[in-house]
Design a protein. Structure first.
Length: 453
C-alpha cells in the first residue's frame, strides 16, 4: 500500500515523506517548507477534512509533539495560511476548518484512521529478529536491525510496528555514530510518522516518535507527551516505560524515573534492557554500588550485551577504583574485537601513569588523528584532567551536531568536573534545560569523591 498523499488545489502533501509541493500550471514543481509543528497541524486538519475542528479537538488529535500550550496554535495556523492562502480558513472562537477539496491518493480515509489487520507470520518473524538485533545494544547489530525492519516493510508496507521499529533503529544509528545525527534522525522521524499514518493508536509508533523527540530534538515536553499517550494505549509497554524513565532522568526527576523503570521490571523481569536502564538511574543518582549490581545483572542475563561492561567500568571510574575500571574496559574492548596488540599501548600508558596516563595517551592519539574521536569524548577527557577551557569548544561542537549522547548532560556524573565552568549553564539552556535541572554536583580537585551542593 502506498504512503498517504493528499492533493488539494495546486498543492500535494506527502505525510510519510513530509514533503509539501506546489504544482501550478506552467511552473516547475516547488517544494514548500513548513515549520515542523505547522506541518503537523496541517496533517491533522487534512485527516479531518471538511469538518470543523475546535482548538481542544485539535490539541487532542494532532501528533503529541505539536503543542506546548493552546496559544501556540494560532501561530502555526497563521504559518499555514501564508503558504496556502485561502485554502485554509480560520474560524474565530470556534475552531479551524480545511475548506479546499481534498483528494487522498492511493489510500482511503478509513485506511489512514484505522489500524490495519494483523500481518503475516513472515513479517512478524522479521520484526522479531529486528527487535532482537536492536535490543542487543551492539553497534554491529544496528544495520542488521534496519535490514530486517525494511524487509518486513517491503512485505507489508501497512504494518505500523515495522515502521516504528525502523524509527528506533535510525535513532540507534545516531547514538552509535553510524551516521550523522541530522540524517539519522530525519529518517527516524519520517519512519515514526509513517507508523502513525497507518495506525495512530499504535503504542509502538508513539514510543518511536517519543524517541525521536527526546534524542533527536531535545523536545522534553513533546517526548513526555508522546510516551504518555503510548502508555495510555498500552499501559505495560516495556520500551515506552524505559524511554519515559530516561526522559524523566534527563530532567533530574530521579524518583519518578526509577519508579517507571521498576514498573517495567514487573512485567519484563528477564530483559537485559530493563536491568541496564535501572543501572543507569542509579548511575545518575551517584549510587554506584547499586549501579554495579544492576549492570552485573544485565551482564549475567546477556554476557554479550553491548553496554553492560561500559556501565560497570564507568561506576568503578566514578568510585576512583581505576584498576577495576581498566580491567572492565579491556574486557569490553576484547569482546568487541580489539586485539591484544592494539590494547598494549593503552595498558602500558596505565602501568606508567595510571588513569591520568591513559587520558594523556588518548588525547595524544586524538591530536594525531583529527576527527577520529567524537567531540563528546574529547570534552570529557579534557575536563577529566582539568583542561576546562579546552573541553568547552568540543562540547559546543557536540551541541551544534546535536549529539544524542548529550541528553543526560544535566545529570550524568561524567560531566561533574565541568559543571562549575561559567559557560556550562549556557550549554544546558541551549538544550532547553535550566541550569538548576536535577541536582548540582561538583568534584573538588582535592577529593576524588563527589559532594552534593
Amino acid at each position: 500500500m502506498a504512503d498517504p498523499r493528499f492533493r488539494f488545489g495546486s498543492f500535494t502533501l506527502d505525510v510519510a515523506e513530509r514533503r509539501f509541493t506546489r504544482r501550478d500550471a506552467g511552473r516547475q514543481p516547488e517544494d514548500i517548507a513548513l515549520p515542523p509543528k505547522a506541518f503537523d497541524v496541517l496533517v491533522c486538519l487534512l485527516r479531518r477534512a471538511g469538518q470543523l475542528v475546535t482548538k481542544r479537538e485539535l490539541l487532542q488529535a494532532v501528533w503529541p509533539d505539536t503543542f506546548v500550550e493552546e496559544g501556540i496554535l494560532t501561530v502555526h495556523v497563521s504559518s499555514l495560511r501564508k503558504v496556502l492562502g485561502d485554502d485554509i480558513q480560520t474560524v474565530p472562537k470556534s475552531g479551524y476548518r480545511f475548506v479546499a477539496p481534498v483528494v487522498i491518493a492511493h489510500e482511503t480515509t478509513a485506511a489512514i484512521s484505522k489500524p490495519e489487520p494483523a500481518s503475516t507470520p513472515e513479517v512478524h518473524e522479521l520484526v522479531g529478529k529486528a527487535r532482537a538485533h536492536l535490543a542487543s545494544s551492539s553497534r554491529s547489530q544496528i544495520p542488521a536491525a534496519i535490514r530486517a525492519f525494511e524487509a518486513a516493510i517491503a512485505l507489508d508496507p501497512a504494518y505500523a510496528a515495522a515502521h516504528a521499529g525502523l524509527a528506533l533503529s535510525h535513532c540507534a544509528e545516531a547514538e552509535f555514530r553510524l551516521r550523522p545525527p541530522a540524517a539519522a534522525f530525519a529518517d527516524a522521524r519520517a519512519a515514526a510518522l509513517r507508523a502513525l499514518a497507518r495506525d495512530d493508536g499504535s503504542a509502538d509508533a508513539r514510543t518511536a516518535l517519543g524517541a525521536v523527540m527526546f534524542f533527536g530534538e531535545w523536545d522534553w515536553i513533546g517526548a513526555e507527551r508522546s510516551l504518555q499517550r503510548a502508555l495510555e494505549t498500552h499501559p505495560t509497554h516495556t520500551q515506552a516505560r524505559l524511554l519515559y524513565g530516561r526522559v524523566l532522568d534527563a530532567q533530574g526527576r530521579f524518583a519518578d524515573a526509577l519508579a517507571m523503570k521498576l514498573r517495567a521490571l514487573e512485567t519484563d523481569p528477564f530483559s537485559p534492557s530493563v536491568h541496564l536502564a535501572i543501572a543507569q538511574s542509579y548511575w545518575n543518582q551517584r549510587k554506584y554500588d547499586d549501579a554495579i549490581r544492576w549492570a552485573t545483572k544485565t551482564h549475567d542475563i546477556d554476557p554479550s550485551h553491548g553496554l553492560a561492561r561500559e556501565f560497570l567500568a564507568g561506576a568503578y571510574w566514578a568510585m576512583g577504583d581505576f584498576d577495576r575500571h581498566m580491567i572492565e574496559n579491556v574486557k569490553h574492548a576484547q569482546a568487541h574485537g580489539m586485539t591484544a596488540e592494539a590494547l598494549a599501548p593503552l595498558e602500558q600508558a596505565y602501568a606508567s601513569g595510571g588513569r591520568a596516563g591513559v587520558v594523556r595517551f588518548a588525547l595524544g592519539q586524538a591530536a594525531s588523528h583529527p576527527g577520529a574521536m567524537p567531540d563528546v569524548q574529547l570534552a570529557l577527557l579534557h575536563s577529566e584532567v582539568g583542561e576546562f577551557d579546552a573541553a568547552l569548544p568540543h562540547l559546543t561542537r557536540a551541541l551544534d551536531a546535536h549529539d544524542p549522547c548529550l541528553v543526560d548532560l544535566a545529570v550524568a556524573p561524567q560531566w561533574d568536573a565541568l559543571r562549575a565552568h561559567p559557560q556550562f549553564g549556557a550549554c544546558l539552556e541551549r538544550m532547553g534545560l535550566g541550569s538548576d535541572t536535577g541536582q548540582t554536583w561538583v568534584r573538588p580537585r582535592s577529593d576524588p569523591g563527589l559532594t552534593r551542593v
